[in-house]
Structures are given as C-alpha cells and as structure tokens.
Design a protein around this ligand. Structure first.
Ligand code: PHE
Length: 426
C-alpha cells in the first residue's frame, strides 16, 4: 500500500506545494493589518519568535507524522497514538469546513478579477466601491456562481492527482505569485506618502503589544502555516523516502513569512498614500479599499492583484481539499475521483450556506481558526513528543539537530500553546 502512494517528485515541488498551502488569504488580508494594529515591528518580532519556537516545531511534528506513516491525518493518528484518533477526525472535519468557507471568499476574488479585467473599478469612489462589495456579497446568485467556479477549479486540480495536479499547479503558480506581488510592492512603494505605510508596518511600538496581541501572533502563525488541520501531515505523506523534513519545512515557512511582508509592502504604502485613509482588515480592506486605490495606479494593477489573490487562495484550498480526499482514499478505499466528487458535494452544501448566511460563515471561521487549529496543533506536537518512539521521530526527521527539535516539540510548543490559549480565554 505504502509503495503505491503518489509522491511530489522533486524537492522544489514539495517546497512549492507546502508554500502554496501556507501562502493564502491569511497573508494578504490578515497579516498586514494585524502588524499595524499590534505594534508594527514589535508584532513582527513576536510573530517571528512564535514561528521559530512554536509553529515551526508543530510544522515539523506534522511532517514527521505524515512522512513516517505515509497516511492521512486519521490514519497517522491511528497508527501512532490510537487513543488520540479524535484529533485526526477533528483535523479532517476542520479541513472540510475551511474548504467550504474559504471557497466562498475565493469566489469573491474570482468575481473581482473578472470585474477588474473589464475595467469595473476605474474612476471609482470609496463609497461606490463599498456599494459594489455590498451588492456582490448580498447577491445570492453571483456569490453562489463564483463560489461554484472556485470550488470546481480546486476540485479539478485535486482530481488530477498529487504530482500532475497539485505539484504541477504549485510549481508554476507560486513563482508567478511572487513576481506579481513584488511588482505591486515596487509600484506601491513609489507612491508619494508611502513612508507612512512603512511606519505603520515596521516601526516598533511595544506599548501596543499586549497579551491578546501575542495570542493573535500565535493564532496567525498557525493559520498562515496551515497547522492543526492535517494539511502538513497529508502533504508530507507524499514526500519521497529520501526527502528531508528540515529544509523543506524551513523554506516553506520562510517563503510564507516573506510573502506576508511583501503583501504588507504592496498594500499599506498604497493605503497610506491616500490622505486620511485608515486600513481596515479582511473583506473591507481587500474588496472595498484596495480596488479603488489600485485602480488609481493604472488599469493593470487591480488585475494583477486579484489574480494574485485568486492564485494564493487556490493553492491553499487545494491543500485542505486534499486532506479530506486523502482520508477517503486511504481509510474508506474510495478512488480519487469518487473522493473528489464526494467532497465536492459536501462542500457545495456547506459553502452555499456560508455564502448565503453570514452567521454560518463567521461560526465556521471562528470554530476552525480559534478552536480546532489550536487544539490540533497541540495534539500533533504532544503525540510526536510523547507517544512516538523518539528514535522513529529522529530517523524520519533525518537531521543531527533532532534532539533540540524534539525538546521544542515535546515541551516548548505544547506548554506555550496551552499557556497562551488559557490566559487568552481568561
Ligand atoms: N494558510 C492559509 C492562508 O494563509 C490558510 C489555510 C489554513 C490553509 C488551514 C490550509 C489549512 O490563507
């Protein structure tokens, strides 16, 4: 069985696929805003520390689980720590739920790409732009149609398989995505007033950094690195035997962080170049403010930007979709095609509810990013740190620094996650 498992082929493809999962809407619409809100450079410092000491060890733990078992999250948990198998189920459920609501937002970016190709934003005022967003997000058929198109694109790539679909798509699209973001960042930095944007992003203000800020940095790094739902387990199960976890994970996390900064450099200087404008977060930033500002920079910029958002969203959504497909294929003995159709049918129902009912949308977002991911990340590191024989973990990891990594996985990550989660709840 293990011998027949598909693999990504080369190291470059593994890194692009992992980076593709990590780089997504989280980098574009959450990271830049959070940095500004929680103290600029001070937040970036804490974010990087959280990544190095907590999130990267969890990333490694998921990598070890996937590569050693060559299975989906549930199969991996059943093999390594059967009593904790519920965390495997939880991860798969979370991946399914995220696929559904993420595809709704992915659909909006498709909608906005089409609008920008037809010049729909040129000469627009901020009020008119907000009106367009309101009209789009409340128009049932438009939302559903774009959601359907986005989900179909995701399903098609996943149906093509690990190497031909996910691997090929990631290795072409990820470099392109970087080039597009660099181009926008350069253009945006050349605008008058861009300095204020840089100050907002990078000037450290430790007084703004409180406990919720630290918890936000940790939560953001989990979301951004796709942790806690089994994406990294699943993708690592498609690594070749000879592949190494350390370099592939480090490169993926590095690209994810660099891309988040690039998105900040593309967005904030442009926002601050307009007098009196304050950056918001989430949908309002990406779909109300940015179309206006970017279209003032010429007709091509909005097209490039929304194409970038669409690609970033797609490479992430295929990684969540694949988690559920891998489970159906490994555990339920579905063919890949049948699994893709089954997930499509389920996501169509839940995603449509998310598209039509804002309450369902925010409940799905809240439950997955605040509860499931944190709990999943905690369990995956505990299982590798405490349940898996250390020799097996060390051998799978395949680097001399494993004893140090093991300490981070066994003690630092779970304790820090628990402390930050509990203090934040109190
Ligand atoms: N990391 C993705 C982003 O930043 C989101 C994601 C979460 C992807 C969980 C897969 C799993 O947008």
């Amino acid at each position: 069985m293990a011998g027949q498992r598909e693999n990504f082929g080369s190291r470059f493809v593994v890194i692009m696929a992992l980076a593709g999962s990590a780089i997504g809407l989280g980098n574009i619409w959450r990271f830049p805003y959070m940095v500004g809100k929680h103290g600029g450079g001070a937040f970036i410092l804490v974010y990087v520390l959280c990544c190095l000491l907590i999130s990267l060890p969890v990333f490694f733990a998921e990598g070890i689980l996937g590569k050693s078992t060559r299975l989906n999250p549930l199969g991996a948990m059943k093999q390594v720590a059967p009593k904790w198998r519920w965390a495997g189920y939880m991860g798969i459920l979370a991946a399914f739920v995220i696929t559904s609501y993420y595809s709704v937002v992915g659909g909006w970016s498709f909608d906005y790409l089409v609008r920008s190709v037809f010049g729909g934003f040129s000469g627009l005022s901020f009020e008119a732009s907000a009106g367009i967003f309101r009209q789009m997000s409340s128009s049932a058929w438009e939302c559903l149609l774009c959601f359907f198109i986005f989900l179909s694109l995701t399903a098609t790539i996943v149906a093509l398989g690990v190497q031909k679909g996910i691997g090929n798509f990631s290795k072409v699209m990820m470099p392109l995505l970087f080039v597009m973001m660099v181009a926008i960042a350069v253009r945006s930095l050349s605008l008058p007033g861009s300095r204020d944007g840089l100050d907002y992003l990078f000037k450290p203000d430790f007084s703004k950094l409180d406990l919720p800020g630290i918890a936000a940095a940790l939560g953001q790094s989990f979301f951004s690195l796709s942790l806690g739902v089994g994406c990294i387990i699943t993708y690592s199960s498609y690594m070749k035997e000879s592949e190494k976890i350390l370099p592939t994970s480090l490169w993926a996390a590095f690209f994810d962080t660099v891309f988040a900064m690039l998105a900040g450099l593309a967005i904030m200087p442009a926002v601050f170049s307009v007098e009196g404008l304050e950056p918001g977060a989430g949908p309002s930033l990406v779909y109300e403010t940015l179309p206006v500002i970017f279209s003032r920079m010429g007709p091509v910029i909005p097209i490039v930007f929304f194409l970038a958002v669409l690609i970033a969203a797609l490479t992430s959504s295929i990684s969540m979709y694949e988690v559920v497909v891998a489970w159906l294929v490994d555990e339920k003995k579905f063919s890949r095609r049948k699994a893709v159709v089954a997930v499509f049918a389920g996501a169509l129902v839940l995603g449509s509810l998310c598209a039509l009912l804002p309450k369902v949308f925010s409940a799905c977002d809240f439950a997955t990013s605040n509860i499931f991911m944190t709990l999943g990340a905690f369990v995956f590191s505990v299982v590798v740190g405490w349940k898996m024989p250390k020799t097996v973990a060390a051998e799978t990891f395949g680097s001399r620094i494993y004893p140090f990594v093991h300490f981070l996985i066994k003690w630092v990550a779970p304790v820090a996650i628990a402390v930050i989660a509990v203090t934040n709840l109190l």
